[in-house]
Design a protein. Structure first.
Length: 457
């Protein structure tokens, strides 16, 4: 196996070498055609040197077997980013956009050994207490509310109007957020995803979570926040805040991308052209499986740090080097092509593997399936509003996320709003219809209050 220093002649036209030896995973070129980058990266071997952002270097694992090796060997590959040598030596820009996703936090994602076991048990055992029937009912209610905000218009952006908001609203309920705290959390997390004043958004989110923790210490309820703090792990307030930030913040982005990427398939791919009438639940689950294999919502993440110098399938890596797993590239490993169709649906790496595998994949899949079914059943003639090939993707090294997903459909009115305005009722009817077609989309900071008020009607 060649070492990186021996890889001296890049293939003709290789995008990986446009900016030097390291492959940049940021910018519109990577977002537009990541598979072309992964194909070139494989010529380095099972892992390759990449640049996550200007000045932030890492190693990216693209081989399925090697990815499993890293994910399943915590004694050699740790998750605690306080081991990050370049950061400790001041070689990483402190204002780097990727730093918030990689810096140490006292939660189960960035811990190892006994600390990880204690924090992880609190999460998994709290999630085990969820009533999945309750989750399903709440997804249905939230989906109905969001669809009600845009259904009269006959068009929507299924990202900003639906897929982004639905998991945030569902998680607000699961974590027992009152309206005022929930509104601030939704606004802050949305701004973090959108890159809008991220530093301020992080402060707002942290403050809201501290308030939620304080509230639940005094008045616990039947919710994940209360169950986490009642767990025998005895999490401190700081640990609670960082666990909640991980579970609510990081937990919603993958669900958003799963929903959106599956809807893109269902509305554009001939394989799924039958819609819900063509296959029912199985069709939606097949679309989700296709997404998790070929367009995983988190494409490159799970940062590990070798605890000592290691040789990774012939490539020598120094201790403290960030090693990321490319779930997208590993799932598309050519060595799997002959057998992957016979793999179980859980053989993909979209949810990770080993001790740090996603603890909430079952609720995430349930939320995704119910959200998609509710939309397709409510708006049966929904279709893409633009040609599929014109859709664009958000830049960034970690996710596989659409910028927007425009859709159109026959306008409908929910029973809560009454009949559509009379199109023949002269100027007055026209004005009412125009106002109605604007929808009643709440302001960004009042979605949770809006939902609670809507559901009481």
């Amino acid at each position: 196996m060649q070492s990186h220093s021996e890889f001296q002649t890049p293939p003709p036209g290789c995008p990986a070498h446009a900016g030097g030896e390291r492959v940049p995973l940021h910018g519109p070129e990577f977002a537009a055609a990541p598979n072309a980058f992964y194909e070139r990266l494989r010529q380095y071997g099972p892992s390759a040197p990449v640049e996550l952002a200007p000045g932030v270097e890492a190693e990216l694992v693209t081989d399925y077997a090697t990815a499993l090796h890293v994910l399943q060997n915590p004694d050699s590959f740790a998750r605690d980013s306080r081991r990050w040598r370049a950061l400790n030596e001041g070689r990483v820009p402190l204002d780097s956009p990727v730093l918030p996703m990689m810096m140490y936090r006292p939660n189960c994602m960035f811990s190892d050994g006994a600390d990880h076991l204690r924090l992880r048990q609190a999460v998994t055992e709290s999630f085990a207490r969820l009533d999945m029937h309750r989750v399903s009912r709440h997804v249905d209610r939230v989906a109905a509310y969001l669809i009600d905000q845009f259904s009269v218009r006959g068009k929507a952006d299924l990202i900003s109007d639906y897929a982004q908001l639905l998991p945030l609203l569902v998680f607000n309920d699961l974590f027992g957020c009152p309206a005022e705290i929930g509104d601030r959390l939704i606004s802050a997390i949305s701004n973090l995803f959108d890159g809008v004043d991220a530093e301020r958004a992080n402060e707002v989110m942290t403050g809201a979570l501290f308030e939620l923790v304080t509230l639940k210490r005094d008045t616990p309820g039947e919710d994940l926040t209360s169950w986490l703090m009642q767990h025998q792990a005895r999490l401190s307030n700081e640990e609670m805040v960082h666990q909640l930030a991980l579970l609510i913040g990081a937990g919603t982005e993958p669900v958003q991308n799963v929903i959106a990427n599956a809807l893109r398939l269902l509305l554009s791919d001939e394989q799924f052209a039958g819609g819900p009438q063509g296959g029912g639940d199985v069709l939606v689950e097949d679309a989700l499986n296709e997404v998790l294999w070929n367009s995983p919502p988190i494409a490159n993440y799970a940062t590990h740090y070798p605890v000592h110098e290691v040789e990774l399938s012939g490539n020598k890596l120094a201790a403290g080097t960030p090693v990321l797993i490319s779930f997208a590239a590993a799932n598309a490993d050519p060595s799997l092509s002959a057998s992957r169709q016979t793999f179980s649906k859980r053989a993909h790496l979209a949810w990770g593997a080993g001790p740090h595998a996603c603890p909430a994949k079952d609720p995430a899949l349930l939320i995704s399936i119910r959200a998609i079914e509710k939309l397709l059943n409510t708006l049966p003639d929904i279709e893409l509003g633009v040609p599929a090939e014109t859709l664009t993707w958000r830049p960034g090294p970690f996710h596989r996320a659409l910028n927007a997903l425009p859709a159109r459909f026959t306008p409908v009115r929910s029973e809560r709003r009454g009949p559509l305005p009379d199109a023949t009722n002269g100027a007055a009817g026209g004005e009412a219809r125009a106002r109605e077609q604007q929808g009643s989309r709440p302001q960004k900071g009042s979605w949770w209050s809006g939902f609670l008020n809507w559901w009481r009607v």
